[in-house]
Design a protein around this ligand. Structure first.
Ligand code: NAD
Length: 291
């Protein structure tokens, strides 16, 4: 008889962390004379991005972080955005700046991300913060991989000595999560679109992280019995009934009878990402006052 994987409940941990952050902000605000501040910059009308930005601002309000968000029309120029980032870099009320990706094609997103002051880089994507991650120095960590590590920790899963396989090598998820698992003493393999025999590689994993963006890529045959499976993918599909819904990269129903632990989508990694953004903003805020 097969058993059912224990769910890694990102939503519950996110709620618990947000309650703790609310308390922290409540006690620090009178001490520092202002609340923490986050500026989310959005350009254009991508509906998914607009929903993400709304979520982030709602979460900020709930924990007592002031929002300095700005929404720009699609035709906004690189120079205009660069000037806004410069202003926010100087603004003493702002501890975190985030550019919601993707940006319209005429904009150079890397140049804009690089212009954010590393101390206000709430998404942890500035080369300085990525460099700190590579060097295992303290710094702002990118939210999704950081959320995965926090979720593993919550369930007492120590990567030390485990074999981890990360599928996906993006700068946003795959690469930073591989580095974080390495720092936690896992033996790490990074697989990607050019990896031959993906199934065999995946089946070696004690910790399998899927960060690809393809529904049902990870089947039950690719999972070692008892493995910890972390599903980072977020894919919108239309199901058999014609309804639109979100799924991850993992064939959830099949894999849950093989894996030991599994993150649901939604309610797993995605729920942690916004919380880690709030965590990073409060961390930057404390760093500014403790310097
Ligand atoms: P990306 O497109 O930048 O990278 C995808 C990676 O998958 C690439 O490195 C590629 O080599 C690899 N890949 C593609 N096809 C493959 C295949 N057939 N087999 C093996 N590897 C393959 O995407 P990303 O920004 O890293 O995001 C990955 C997924 O994670 C997406 O679904 C995205 O929506 C989701 N995501 C979720 C969160 C969250 O909060 N949960 C945050 C960011 C991204």
């Amino acid at each position: 008889m097969s058993s059912i994987a224990q769910l890694l409940d990102g939503k519950a941990l996110a709620q618990k962390m947000q309650a703790a952050l609310t308390e922290q902000v409540r006690s620090l605000t009178p001490q520092y004379g202002r609340p923490p501040g986050l500026a989310v910059l959005m350009v254009g009308d991508n509906p998914a991005s607009a929903a993400y930005v709304r979520n982030k601002e709602k979460a900020c309000a709930a924990v007592g972080i002031a929002s300095f968000g700005k929404h720009f029309p699609t035709e906004t120029t690189q120079e205009e955005l660069a000037a806004v980032i410069d202003e926010l870099n100087q603004d003493d009320r702002v501890d975190g700046i985030l550019v919601q990706l993707p940006l319209p094609d005429h904009l150079d997103s890397v140049a804009l991300l690089n212009q954010i002051h590393p101390d206000k880089d709430a998404d942890g994507l500035h080369p300085m913060n990525l460099g700190r991650l590579v060097r295992t120095e303290p710094g702002l960590r990118s939210c999704t991989p950081y959320g995965v590590m926090r979720l593993l920790e919550e369930y007492g899963i120590d990567p030390r000595g485990k074999k981890a396989v990360v599928i996906g090598r993006s700068i946003l998820v795959g690469k930073p999560i591989a580095l974080m698992l390495l720092d936690a003493d896992a033996t790490v393999t990074i697989a990607h679109s050019r990896t031959p025999n993906l199934s065999e590689v995946a089946r070696e994993a004690d910790i399998l992280v899927a960060a690809v963006g393809r529904p049902n890529l990870i089947t039950a045959e690719m999972v070692k019995p008892g493995a910890i499976v972390v599903d980072v993918g977020i894919n919108r599909i239309t199901d058999e009934t014609g309804k639109s819904r979100l799924v991850g990269d993992v064939d959830f129903n099949a894999v849950q009878s093989v894996a030991g632990y599994l993150t649901p989508v939604p309610g797993g990694v995605g729920a942690m990402t916004v919380t880690m953004l709030l965590h990073n903003t409060v961390w930057s805020y404390q760093q500014r006052f403790q310097r």
